[in-house]
Design a protein around this ligand. Structure first.
Ligand SMILES: [Zn+2]
Length: 393
């Protein structure tokens, strides 16, 4: 059973008193003179990435627009957590503490201290009351309800859920390193890994690498084992080793390197010796060959340039085409149909036409762009008109 009370006596100024903002994680922590926790563990991260959205919240107040309902969870005598409205409160708090300006009609930045020199604006910003529902209930009630009201919002991703489930010293220490958007290493990391720092996606990759698994069950196991331990050196060292290894083997940074399974590559290849100059020239050579799929180039080089399958080469070799042509033509002649399967199944005049080798082209049965191999099992000879109709796969 949940009990709710409506309060309209708390002003923006009161809410913003004692506002604390965590620059590293980019989120608001406390307000209401220390009586309000803005981001309880089960809340999602502060997600207003766009500075304009923050400014919109403040501009709405200045225009007298309502900010909408805000929900607090009462957790003790005059102690609250924000259930819904965290992003609006953080925007207001950040404005109050001079973290961002509004731009006036001449595009001049105006910070809080400047804007409140105008008494009308000061009154609007400081004295506007918020519409707050205070909820009281069991933890289960509150969490169940939180899930419902957040269905319209951004869903928590895998790692955000992991962090909420296993919160404790390990998560705090790991977040300080891997979700610190001000860390100068992030730029280097994001040449090789794909993900949003603030949404814990880099941490997720680091955990998967150290677990040597892409299965979240293994990540959960690792987090549960280390939950009460603030020592994250194993996680951190492993991640750094992978990144350092990649950047020393590949002295060039190419866009297609972002998001490759570097943890797997590290496990498979880090004991081999490479000459970075040779690696670089091989990479340059392959990266401009448009018959080769970029995503396989790095592993192809790491494996000693032997496994051409990794390159997903697009062009069929001449002997493959000839063999396939002979097979198809022999079968077609025995059935009295065209050796182009498309002609054979058509009703046109070419239904029984046997095309010459020079008038046919090789086609991927499963498209190359969809990962279809360039080998005889995925090769089909089509007459030139039909192959061109089909488009280049
Ligand atoms: Zn045809």
């Amino acid at each position: 059973m949940m009990h709710t009370t409506l309060r309209t006596d708390i002003t923006i100024e009161q809410i913003c008193k004692g506002f604390v903002y965590n620059e590293f994680e980019g989120k608001g922590l406390f307000g209401l003179s220390g009586k309000l926790v803005i981001q309880p563990e089960y809340q999602r991260n502060y997600l207003y990435k766009d500075a304009k959205m923050e400014a919109d919240v403040v501009n709405s107040v200045l225009k007298g627009y309502p900010l909408g309902l805000i929900y607090f969870n009462k957790v003790g005598e005059d102690k609250y957590e924000v259930l819904d409205g965290q992003q609006r409160i953080t925007s207001l708090g950040r404005f109050f503490t001079g973290k961002f300006p509004l731009f006036d009609e001449n595009n001049i930045p105006r910070y809080y201290n400047d804007i409140i020199k105008d008494s009308t604006k000061r009154k609007l910003i400081n004295e506007t009351p918020l519409t707050i529902y205070i909820c009281e209930g069991s933890e289960d009630d509150i969490k169940a309800w939180f899930k419902i009201i957040n269905m319209g919002g951004i869903e928590l991703n895998e790692q955000e859920i992991n962090n909420a489930t296993y919160f404790g010293p390990f998560v705090n220490a790991a977040k300080a390193v891997f979700s610190n958007s001000h860390d100068s290493n992030i730029q280097k990391w994001t040449s090789y890994v794909r993900g949003d720092v603030r949404r814990q996606e880099i941490l997720n990759i680091a955990l998967k690498w150290v677990c040597k698994s892409s299965d979240n069950k293994d990540v959960e196991k690792y987090m549960s084992q280390h939950r009460d331990n603030a020592d994250i050196s194993e996680l951190q060292n492993y991640f750094t080793s992978v990144i350092d290894w990649v950047s020393s083997v590949f002295i060039d940074v190419k866009p297609f390197m972002k998001g490759l399974p570097w943890g797997d590559y590290y496990e498979k290849y880090h004991k081999n010796a490479y000459n970075p100059q040779e690696v670089s020239s091989k990479l340059q050579e392959l990266a401009i060959d448009d018959c080769v799929k970029d995503s396989g180039i790095c592993e192809y080089i790491l494996g000693g340039c032997k496994d051409t399958k990794l390159l997903h080469i697009r062009i069929f070799q001449e002997p493959v085409k000839k063999k396939k042509y002979q097979e198809q033509t022999k079968l077609a002649k025995s059935k009295g149909t065209s050796n182009c399967p498309y002609c054979a199944s058509s009703e046109g005049s070419n239904k029984t036409k046997i095309w010459d080798y020079k008038d046919m082209e090789a086609d991927h049965v499963t498209a190359w762009s969809k990962g279809g191999a360039t080998d005889i099992s995925n090769c089909e000879m089509l007459c030139k008109p039909h192959n061109r109709d089909k488009g280049n796969a």
